[in-house]
Design a protein around this ligand. Structure first.
Ligand code: SAM
Length: 250
């Protein structure tokens, strides 16, 4: 029987963190939003597509606290078509024994693929939502993915269990407040030559967060350089998102 590392501390931290603050903007991936959005008040918003997850009436705010519902969107074949996860993971050129954090892991869409890519390594799915963390832990157990753990973050600290070679951030960068101090702090959780890969929606993508919340790749690059990272390269070819890879240090 394969076991999950960190399960005990996680469950303890889940109990302690039942009141973890939700992320300031819980924009769903991928449905275009048609209503206003006051990020400064830290509130959440609903998608305007026809089938919002249950318990989330249109126009009301939500968190990513219903993994079963979000999984229908995050793990859908429609998403696979444009997300092209294999292309994303291949572009990371991970060593088989690499240690990786999937920051804002959600239902583990990328975490499970990363775990397969590093059979001698380890992946930590990291999220601020206790329900998502539990979901990924259950998924790893159900799918017998021994090298996948899941841990709870706070909104301003990834709280990584140990230093990693790579942090992947898919459709989550724009959810993080005070990004420059956040990613400055994250540098100390990276191994030497550690990298951060950011994938997020392009300004003209047909879905994603409201336009006012989107970040141009140039803005992401400027923020990451201010946080002490060196731009390594952009990965082209994703139909709806940009992908930028940074290395810690100058
Ligand atoms: C749009 S989902 C993306 C999920 C996943 N990366 C994927 O591609 O399927 C964003 C996730 O980021 C989480 N999140 C938001 N702010 C976060 C933060 N500061 N630290 C860690 N996770 C965060 C949310 O709870 C949610 O699960």
């Amino acid at each position: 029987m394969k076991t999950l590392r960190h399960a005990a501390p996680l469950l303890a931290s889940l109990a302690a963190c039942a009141h973890t603050a939700p992320p300031p903007c819980a924009c769903p991936m991928h449905a275009q939003h048609g209503h206003g959005h006051d990020h400064a008040q830290g509130h959440h918003h609903a998608p305007t597509d026809a089938t919002p997850p249950s318990g989330m009436a249109a126009g009301h705010h939500h968190r990513f606290d219903d993994p079963a519902q979000w999984a229908q969107r995050f793990e859908s074949p429609e998403r696979d078509a444009w997300q092209q996860p294999e292309r994303v993971v291949a572009a990371l050129s991970l060593a088989p024994d690499a240690r990786v954090a999937d920051l804002g892991a959600g239902t583990g869409y990328f975490s499970v693929r990363l775990a397969r890519a590093v059979p001698q390594g380890r992946v930590w799915a990291v999220d601020v939502e206790p329900a998502m963390v539990r979901w990924v832990l259950d998924r790893a157990r159900r799918e017998s993915i021994a090298n996948l753990s899941a841990t709870l973050a706070t909104g301003d600290d990834a709280l990584l269990a140990e230093p990693v070679d790579l942090v992947l951030v898919v459709d989550t960068y724009h959810h993080i407040d005070a990004r420059t101090p956040y990613f400055t702090r994250l540098r100390s959780a990276l191994r030497p030559q550690g990298r951060v890969a950011i994938v997020d929606f392009r300004m003209d993508a047909p879905e994603g967060p409201p336009p006012a919340m989107r970040l141009a790749p140039e803005a992401v690059r400027a923020e990451m350089e201010a946080a002490g990272y060196t731009f390594e390269r952009a990965v082209d070819g994703l139909p709806r998102q940009y992908m930028l890879i940074f290395r810690a240090g100058r």
